[in-house]
Design a protein around this ligand. Structure first.
Ligand code: SF4
Length: 322
């Protein structure tokens, strides 16, 4: 018994020696495996998706070729190309994912990559989505996702001290970080969460499939991937009084707008003229003319992707010549 425990410990200390035995509950080798079906995959036993689609490819998590297992990316579910190749985040969405990594200066070969579910749902409709009722019941859809997380994802996340977990899209945000209010609420913010007793930190950003349809937010994703997980000493004022906004007239100011969903309807404008100090001015009532005064008074405006998005929308709404 002691010898067995020691062998397990040694395997953990020397990951290159890992075999397919369970190590701290994680049931795979960190060597990448050849594609196989879900019915050939032990961890899928008892999952409603396996009962319905036994020949689905099991798209196992992809491990880095180096030894530096510190950063992991979690997306949603395998798509058509992933199921063909047996690797997560390849094909159309994968090309956008690779482009994110290139622009953010991250080596794909140094990343571990997984999905919330490791097989392709019909028409890429996630089993808990209401549209999935065409192929799975509500109860079984929920059970399938929980089974996949319990069998394949949570053990992987709990298996080591990941320095950073990048969550791509709403499903990863919900099922890994436990946040249910939507990606637009949490995108880009440092998150802390606990998986099976292990404290993890990460950032959620947009799914590459979304960027494939609309590239407006591409720079935002790059920014999220490069963001520090450290929570800076903040002095943010999310509800400034009208007096505070009237007194805010810097010559050089950084700004960012928030719009409703992906429309042009402005909800608020964030301004920052000093490190760690920002105000968020609602785009309504008397605040609107103050926002215009801030812009007209400033000699230098700093934005991220502002030429393409923030400034044309903001200047248009305020009737400032562009
Ligand atoms: S959802 Fe997950 S556990 Fe279920 S069959 Fe697919 S890969 Fe296996």
């Amino acid at each position: 018994m002691e010898g067995f425990a020691l062998t397990k410990l040694l395997r953990c200390l020397f990951p290159s020696q890992l075999s397919s035995s369970c190590v701290f509950g994680f049931p795979y080798s960190t060597r990448n495996i050849l594609p196989k079906t879900v019915s050939e995959t032990k961890g899928c036993e008892g999952c409603p998706m396996r009962k319905l689609f036994p020949d689905n490819t099991f798209v196992a998590p992809q491990f880095p070729t180096g030894k530096d297992l510190v950063r992991i990316a979690i997306a949603e579910a395998a798509g058509e190309d992933e199921a063909k190749v047996g690797k997560p985040l390849v094909g159309g969405a994968g090309r956008w994912f690779d482009s994110f990594l290139r622009h953010a200066g991250i080596e794909r070969s140094g990343l571990t990559i997984a999905n919330c579910i490791q097989c392709r749902p019909p028409k890429n409709i996630f089993p808990t989505d209401s549209d999935a009722r065409t192929y799975i019941s509500k109860e079984e859809g929920k059970a399938a996702v929980e089974h996949c997380l319990d069998a394949h994802v949570y053990p992987l996340l709990a298996s080591r001290d990941w320095r950073r977990v990048d969550l791509f899209g709403e499903k990863a945000l919900r099922y890994i970080a436990g946040k249910t209010s939507g990606i637009s609420h949490y995108r880009g913010a440092p998150l802390r969460f606990n998986i099976k007793g292990r404290e993890l930190a990460g950032i959620a950003t947009l799914h590459p499939a979304l960027i494939a349809r609309d590239q407006t937010m591409f720079p935002v994703v790059i920014n999220d991937l490069k963001k520090s997980l450290e929570i800076a000493p903040e002095n943010y004022n999310p509800t400034p009084s009208l007096e505070t906004v009237r007194a805010f007239r810097p010559k050089k100011v950084a700004l960012d707008i928030e719009t409703k969903g992906f429309t042009k309807e402005i909800l608020c404008v964030g301004f920052c003229a000093e490190r760690y100090k920002a105000i968020c001015v609602p785009f309504r009532g008397q605040y609107i003319s103050e926002i215009k005064e801030i812009l007209l008074n400033a000699e230098v405006l700093i934005t991220h992707n502002g030429i393409q998005f923030d400034l044309p929308i903001l200047f248009g709404a305020l009737d400032i010549e562009w």
